[in-house]
Design a protein around this ligand. Structure first.
Ligand SMILES: [Zn+2]
Length: 200
């Protein structure tokens, strides 16, 4: 089950700002490029991304004994230049989500800070996959940031107005997910975000 932490508020705030700023048609999937352009303009940064073989990333970080093959994205910032690597072995839906997740990190951090490549450890369209006890444990604060980026991505990829409309027009849950270029569990997560909004 999804529950809302106060720390997640920034994801809602920034997603709303991006959607307000973005020029998009409500009857079709928002092009990834449109989302990138909007964030570039808002943060005055230049975003570049490339598909990358993450097995190479694993061998490029010999000091770290973690296997990066299954991670979705890594991001580096050099002044105003943002470089994002996306795992070439993932589906186009997951790559799109991962990219917007990374933009979520940029939008929700206090300022764009120069940093070397950093891997996102929990890119997930399923908003319930990180247990509550872990998220509330100060030891795992970085996971809160991951969750914030996931929430940002869900909100930006599926504006609620568009979602309601698509659910009326499309025949199945699967078709709605396809319409937004996400998987069905992302759609489910998006609806849970809406429910949490009502409760709080
Ligand atoms: Zn991340």
């Amino acid at each position: 089950m999804y529950w809302k932490m106060k720390e997640f508020d920034i994801a809602y705030e920034k997603a709303e700002l991006v959607l307000k700023e973005m020029n998009y048609k409500k009857d079709r999937m928002i092009p990834t490029a449109t989302i990138i352009d909007t964030v570039e303009k808002m943060l005055k940064v230049d975003v570049r991304f490339a598909l990358y073989d993450f097995t190479k990333l694993s061998s490029a970080m010999p000091g770290k004994k973690i296997n990066l093959d299954d991670y979705g994205a890594a991001m580096a910032v050099d002044n105003n230049r943002v470089n994002i690597l996306l795992n070439e072995n993932e589906t186009p839906e997951m790559q799109r989500f991962s990219l917007v997740h990374e933009l979520g990190h940029l939008m929700t951090q206090k300022e764009v800070v120069t940093q070397p490549y950093r891997v996102s450890t929990h890119i997930d369209m399923d908003i319930t996959s990180i247990p509550k006890e872990i998220l509330e444990n100060p030891k795992y604060k970085f996971l809160v940031n991951e969750q914030v980026a996931n929430i940002f991505a869900l909100l930006v990829l599926m504006p609620y107005e568009m979602l309601v409309d698509a659910m009326k027009k499309q025949d199945s849950f699967e078709d709605v997910a396809k319409f937004f270029g996400v998987n069905e569990c992302a759609l489910d997560s998006r609806l849970q975000l809406k429910d949490a909004e009502k409760v709080n």
